[in-house]
Structure formats: C-alpha cells, structure tokens
Design a protein around this ligand. Structure first.
Ligand SMILES: Cc1ncc(C[n+]2csc(CCOP(=O)(O)OP(=O)(O)O)c2C)c(N)n1
Length: 193
C-alpha cells in the first residue's frame, strides 16, 4: 500500500514538468491538475475541472492534431480506470509524440480516499502492454526519474508509465476555473511553436 517510502507527488511532478522541454500537458481532473498549478502553472497545461476518464482521449486527440509537439498526459489511477479502453485506441493510433503517466496512489484521493483497484492487484502497465503500448515503466523510486523523463519526453511514443506515489494530503492549488478561458489560452499555446 501507499507507505511513506512511496514517491512524493509534488516533488515528482515538479521535477518532471521542469524537464518537459515545451511539451503540452493534459492533467487529469483533481490532484494532477493541482500539481501542475502548484509547480508554477503554464498556458501549456490544459487544466481539467471534470470529465473523469477523459484525460487520455483528450491527450490522444491533441497529440494527433499537433504531431510536432510532445504531449504528456498525467493523470490519476482512478481517472484512467474510468476510461481504460482508450489505451487500445492510443495503441491503434500510435502517436509517436504521446507519453502517459499515471500518478498511482491506489485510492480516489480527492473524493475521500476510497480504495482503488490498483491497490487490489490491477496492473496498469500490464493493461497498457495488453492494449498494444510496448514501452512501459513501473516507477517506485526516484532513482528511476531520469528513465521516466526520457520515456515521457524523448522516447518515441506512445509510452506509458505508472509512478507509485504516497497517499498524502497536499495543499490544494486551484488554477483558473473558467473552461472557456482555459481552452482559449491553451489553444493559443498549442498553436505556437
Ligand atoms: C464521472 C465522474 N465520477 C466521479 C467523479 C468524482 N471524482 C472526482 S476526482 C475522483 C477520484 C480521482 O481519483 P484519482 O484519479 O485516483 O486521483 P487522486 O485524487 O487519487 O490523485 C472522483 C471519483 C467525477 N468527477 N466524475
């Protein structure tokens, strides 16, 4: 289970975002969205205020529409399980510019720490490989950080990683909430460079 030896989500996400080299980021709803804002925020982040299960499909569409930009989907274990079939579509479309990272605390943290399926045996990297995504990585220690950053931002995609993170109560860091503002800002960022 998520003991104190598991990765610290804010430390991991801030370090990873600092290595993104201009990648566009699609965070899942709740905690990953707040992680992005807590790490400093950017117009390159498509903050989510809902749509559980839609982070991977959204990132897939973005990666296909912007093949010259790297795209990182960073989401929770509960969020991705709700739309897990999307991994098969990712594999079939095979966008070389897409990396997917699951921040796996084995719970639905935001809504009250209900236990999730990854703490009961579900192997997300195994599911990703079964869907046809060949390059996967299970991350359980910070000494794998360089390999994770390489996989997310440099290795031809689609790539997939699961980072086991501690179940913690981070201070909420809430970004802009107006969906139209977020979308307009993000579209401009995605169209530049
Ligand atoms: C369709 C739908 N069902 C339920 C919710 C409520 N909800 C919001 S976040 C969340 C849990 C997310 O868990 P996870 O992705 O593992 O992220 P964590 O907060 O644990 O980092 C739930 C159930 C929702 N927003 N949409």
């Amino acid at each position: 289970m998520s003991g104190s030896n598991y990765l610290k989500r804010r430390e991991l996400t801030a370090a990873l975002l600092a290595r993104r080299e201009g990648a566009l980021v699609v965070p899942g709803l709740g905690s990953p969205t707040w992680d992005c804002f807590a790490a400093g925020g950017s117009d390159d982040y498509l903050y989510s205020w809902g749509g559980m299960g839609l982070a991977v499909p959204t990132a897939l569409g973005l990666a296909l529409a912007r093949p010259k930009r790297r795209v990182l989907c960073m989401t929770g274990d509960g969020e991705i399980m709700m739309g897990i079939g999307a991994l098969a579509v990712v594999a079939s479309q095979a966008p070389a510019n897409l990396g997917i990272l699951v921040l796996d605390n084995e719970h639905f943290g935001e809504t009250g720490r209900q236990p999730g399926l990854t703490g009961l045996g579900t192997d997300l990297c195994g599911i990703a490989r079964g869907a046809g995504i060949g390059r996967t990585l299970d991350v359980t220690a910070m000494d794998q950080f360089d390999a994770l950053a390489e996989l997310m931002f440099r290795t031809p995609g689609p790539t997939f990683a699961v980072a086991k993170i501690a179940l913690t109560d981070e201070p909420w860091a809430l970004p802009e909430k107006d969906g139209a503002v977020i979308a307009r800002r993000f579209r401009a960022a995605a169209e530049s460079a």
